[in-house]
Write a protein of this length. Sequence first.
Length: 318
Amino acid sequence: MRATSAAVVAPRTFELIERDLTPGLGQVLIRVSACGICHSEMKSYLEGPASGRPPLLLGHEAAGEIVEVGPGVDGFAVGNRVSGLFSQAFGTHTLAESTRIIPVPATLPDEQALLEPIKCVVTAARGAACEFGDYVVLVGCGYMGLLVLSCLRGGGARQLIGIDVDPTRLELARAFGATAVVDARGGRLAVEVAVRELTGGRMADVAIEAAGNAAALELACNVLRQTRPKLVMVGFHNRPQMVDLTDFAVKGLILHVTHPSYSADQMEDLRRALWAVETGVIPAGRLVTHRYPLSEIGPAFEAALAPRDGFVKGMVVM
């Protein structure tokens, strides 16, 4: 099969290239319908391929339809709509291991069928393991943070407090289950005072950091209670940063980095993700705010880098 793919050929530069794809043992060939833009790939986009290396093929938040089945594949057939854990999906077609995909109903819109990030949300929510009556704080009300929040609502938390610098995202946090929100534009001290008031002086039992920067990580620690609180890292930290760990040590906090390797069974988390979007527990489709054709993948990445005009989540539609 002749496929067209968007490749990073230089810093902040995509080109459309042609490549031949044939499924090997245990593989399927997928016609991609849509693929989400993930901040974990921004470093590759910004830096480009190393000197002498081939172009970079990105995209791992995808859904599509099987158009060819390789030898040794059981349980899948041409025409099946699927999503799962596969890459190089910014293009018309890509290959996937059949053991890393699951069927997706044809009636499920693409905005909800991009299951890889939802799987990560499930991993984070399970890792948070909030106890009944906990005070829970979310620092960073973007796509991933809001979806984690949607998982935790109704779970017995005494308060679910959303913190962000964007008033629009704070309103979204309320819609996705926050019982209170705090505008972080007032500075760290003002945020700490607000959380102290909202928790009756206790501070948070669990803080979820979903912004991916040092300031958010430190703030998440600052709003935690004094003895053995829990900090859950959802934000992707893919660059060197200076972080003050003083409060980490003083509070003896428990740190959970809930990225894919934290999951004991990623395929089980993927199946739970499908259940969650089908039942509306995770309303992922509501947060896909921008859609771009493959020919505009460069502007799509730039928009994700500097979100404006209500941008929360972008996806490339093939």
